[in-house]
Write a protein that binds this ligand. Structure first.
Ligand SMILES: Nc1ncnc2c1ncn2[C@@H]1O[C@H](COP(=O)(O)OP(=O)(O)OP(=O)(O)O)[C@@H](O)[C@H]1O
Ligand SMILES: [Mg+2]
Length: 225
């Protein structure tokens, strides 16, 4: 577990005013003729995403969300369905030592953002990657064609993190992070709004639906305009 699990909640009363429901409606940006736009039906809402591929032949997707919301579970299934490359940043940081040591208070490695970005630059330029991490504000914006924020009901998340044996402070910090939608706010501040989509991840059916939705999106993205 790296840095973000113990997200410090600053001015929670302000954050709470910004709480939204779990689905986000995305805006169509019709001004650019180079965009390939298409619709994905997710229950009641239509999500529209823009293609900004640059030189990539396949899209890069960022899957983010509070720890325990199911990023790795969904990314693994999506990678299997699409043959895209799953990059679990937590594993990569440990494996390649892209950190500045261990933080006892946060109970996690201190991720070195420069080392991580240097490590991934060429890979991301190629396209076809699913990046899985509980943070999103330090990656270059140009890397991603779609930013998925997974969201989980607070009591469901509490149970998942309890099963992991998280100590009380870590558990409550993470649940608060989810309540105040810290990752969704971070994604919306870091990426164009039409790239960010929030998806519910409470149960197995949600995983299946999210994988199917994103698989369709990836397949459509690949079709030359
Ligand atoms: N939609 C879901 N429905 C039911 N169980 C789920 C769902 N998503 C994840 N889980 C379960 O919750 C636990 C946490 O999932 P996972 O490890 O994928 O979360 P994560 O977001 O990658 O966490 P972290 O940020 O700590 O890496 C796992 O036991 C997984 O099986
Ligand atoms: Mg994970």
């Amino acid at each position: 577990m790296l840095q973000k699990p113990n997200v410090k909640i600053v001015q929670p009363h302000l954050k709470s005013q910004n709480c939204r429901q779990s689905f986000i409606f995305l805006r169509r940006n019709s001004s650019s003729s180079s965009e390939s736009l298409f619709n994905i039906f997710t229950g009641k809402c239509i999500v529209v995403m823009a293609q900004e591929s640059g030189k990539r032949k396949k899209p890069n997707i960022l899957v983010t969300g509070t720890p325990g919301t199911g990023k790795t579970t969904m990314s693994t299934a999506l990678a299997e369905a699409t043959q895209l490359n799953h990059i679990n940043i937590g594993d990569l940081v440990k494996e390649k030592k892209l950190h500045d040591g261990w933080d006892d208070e946060l109970d996690s490695y201190i991720l070195n953002e420069d080392l991580v970005c240097d490590e991934l630059e060429d890979i991301m330029e190629e396209g076809g990657n699913i990046v899985d991490y509980h943070g999103c504000d330090f990656f270059p914006e140009r890397w991603f064609d779609c930013v998925v924020v997974l969201q989980t009901d607070n009591s469901v998340l509490y149970d998942r993190l309890s099963k992991r044996g998280y100590k009380d402070s870590k558990l409550s910090n993470n649940v608060e992070c989810e309540i105040f939608q810290i990752l969704l706010e971070e994604a919306k501040e870091s990426y164009a709004e039409d790239k960010v989509v929030a998806l519910k991840s409470d149960n197995i059916e949600d995983i299946s639906r999210n994988v199917a939705t994103l698989t369709d999106w990836i397949r459509n993205w690949s079709i030359p305009v």
